[in-house]
Ligand binder design. Structure first.
Ligand SMILES: *Cc1c(COP(=O)(O)O)cnc(C)c1O
Length: 244
């Protein structure tokens, strides 16, 4: 086991690279936040850690990152113990199979990918014994791409209302994966759609007033997402380098 304040020397090149990339990613976020006339610090950086080793993630946490996101429950469970001594929060950002809900809840404090009432109800049943409600977000398929998960935008408000009423869950906002395209206008439209869904839901008040988060934007399009109101950008390659 590696001491928390002392990465393995063999990894020091990796540690330096990750530190540098993290600094650059933060600069991009800060510049985009200022360019959008939004308050400094209003956009959180979530590290998308799929396929990354626990050592690489440790480097990022030691360099000051505090929020990570995993796509697979298997990876959550495999890396969780190796990260437990470093303070951080974990969101689940992948497709959640109902037989893996329990395992996901052992590690994640927020499930960003609720896309059906059925899944929300399954998760809720596992949350009855929790002292505090589990944070969840509704994932919306703003691109319309068949390969993407998420509820249809036309059904997103209804689903948000239903999820917010379930005891044991606290709806904190909305998540989307942007369209796979270089067309900036098309990407901006998708993110603006999510913002408008969020605005209508929050305006309904009550327990929906808390659903303010917008988790959108990745390494390639974080500037567009921040211009459209992202409060969480999910960055993988910008911090860890190209995926193997
Ligand atoms: C991999 C992933 C990201 C990060 O993508 P990059 O392009 O590497 O920044 C963000 N969100 C989700 C859901 C992902 O699976």
């Amino acid at each position: 086991m590696i001491a928390a304040d002392q990465p393995d020397p063999a990894d020091s090149e990796l540690a330096r690279q990750i530190q540098d990339r993290l600094t650059r990613a933060r600069q991009r976020i800060d510049q985009a936040t200022a360019a959008a006339d939004r308050p400094a610090g209003s956009v959180k950086l979530l590290l998308a850690t799929k396929n990354q080793s626990a050592d690489a993630i440790r480097c990022a946490l030691l360099a000051g990152a505090g929020l990570i996101g995993e796509n697979r429950v298997q990876e959550l469970a495999a890396k969780g113990p190796a990260l437990a001594d470093l303070p951080h929060q974990t969101h689940f950002i992948g497709q959640l199979q109902s037989n893996k809900v329990n395992s996901a809840l052992s590690w994640a404090t927020c499930l960003e990918t609720i896309d059906s009432l059925r899944l929300a109800q399954r998760v809720r049943l596992r949350c009855v014994a929790r002292p505090v409600p589990l944070e969840v977000m509704v994932q919306v398929n703003t691109s319309g791409e068949a390969a993407k998960n998420g509820v249809d935008p036309a059904q997103a408000e209804d689903l948000a209302c239903q999820v917010a009423e379930l005891p044991g869950l606290r709806l904190t906002g909305f998540m989307t994966v942007g369209p796979l395209t270089d067309d900036a206008a098309q990407i901006a439209r998708a993110y603006a759609d999510l913002r408008q869904i969020r605005d209508r839901v929050v305006a309904a008040g009550g327990s929906l007033a808390d659903a303010t988060e917008l988790s959108m934007g990745m390494s390639g399009d974080l500037e567009i997402a921040i211009a459209e109101g992202a409060s969480i950008v999910r960055l993988g390659t910008a911090v860890f380098g190209p995926r193997q």
